[in-house]
Ligand binder design. Structure first.
Ligand code: 5HY
Length: 245
């Protein structure tokens, strides 16, 4: 099977890291295609960034449909464009927040999310609410770490994230951690080793969930809300997004 992991920001070093972590957990016979869109913000840290990341994300979904991709992972903790991607895709699509929260709810009693900037905490809580995960999510914390600092040697990102995870375990009454950024995917094993509790990385979680859904031949339902969008003219800069059928 072929799974496309889309990092909706346009920082390819993060995309390569995400692809490597997905390949590390993928089963034999699963091809991982990891991409960033050709356009959009270099990191996603606000609603504005998320909105501007979605057109490029949808271009990658449309390209995947032409290429016969079996399933998709949206590798950004805001799960941007998830429903729109499901409308375009025949196969299953998951977001890393959705995947990580659901798996955390199956292996612990309550989890804390540890993410990057405090201004994205509200979006993580919003996702927990719409995914029905509020009863499992004890807290959403931020390290006040810009996303791209995760890519910078010497940023002490690893230490700052471990410290926040430790505070979460001590203060939130939680027994596992959800990493709140795709850029943290390569830190999961280290953090779990230091803290001795399950740490869930949404990139790995999403990859295995899509593998399972594709193996079960479960595709996105095209009855009702997630059916293909109705064809209509789209004018101006976004004209290329016009669907003719
Ligand atoms: C992510 N932003 O996973 C999110 C993290 C966040 O560029 N990749 C990004 O803070 O929402």
């Amino acid at each position: 099977m072929r799974i496309k992991i889309i990092n909706p920001n346009t920082t390819w070093s993060m995309t390569e890291k995400i692809g490597a972590c997905a390949r590390a957990v993928a089963q034999a016979g699963t091809e991982i295609v990891a991409v960033s869109p050709a356009m959009g913000p270099v990191s996603i840290e606000s609603h504005y960034d998320e909105a501007l990341a979605v057109p490029g994300l949808l271009q990658e979904i449309a390209a995947g449909e032409r290429d016969g991709i079996d399933g998709y992972v949206i590798a950004c903790f805001g799960d941007p464009g998830l429903k729109a991607a499901r409308e375009l895709a025949r196969g299953p699509v998951v977001g890393i927040a959705e995947a990580a929260m659901h798996l955390a709810s199956m292996i612990g009693s309550r989890f804390s999310v540890v993410t990057t900037l405090g201004r994205t905490i509200g979006q993580a809580w919003h996702l927990a609410e719409i995914y029905g995960m509020e009863r499992f999510c004890a807290n959403v914390r931020a390290c006040e770490l810009p996303v791209l600092e995760l890519e910078e040697p010497g940023s002490r990102a690893r230490e700052r994230i471990v410290d926040e995870c430790r505070r979460a375990l001590e203060e939130d009454g939680t027994d596992c951690i959800v990493l709140g950024c795709a850029g943290m995917t390569d830190l999961c094993e280290h953090i779990e080793g230091v803290l001795g509790v399950p740490v869930i990385d949404g990139v790995a979680a999403g990859t295995k969930l899509i593998e399972s859904l594709v193996t079960l031949k479960l595709r996105t339902s095209k009855r009702g809300e997630l059916a293909k969008p109705l064809p209509k003219p789209i004018i101006g800069t976004l004209e290329g997004f016009t669907l003719t059928r």
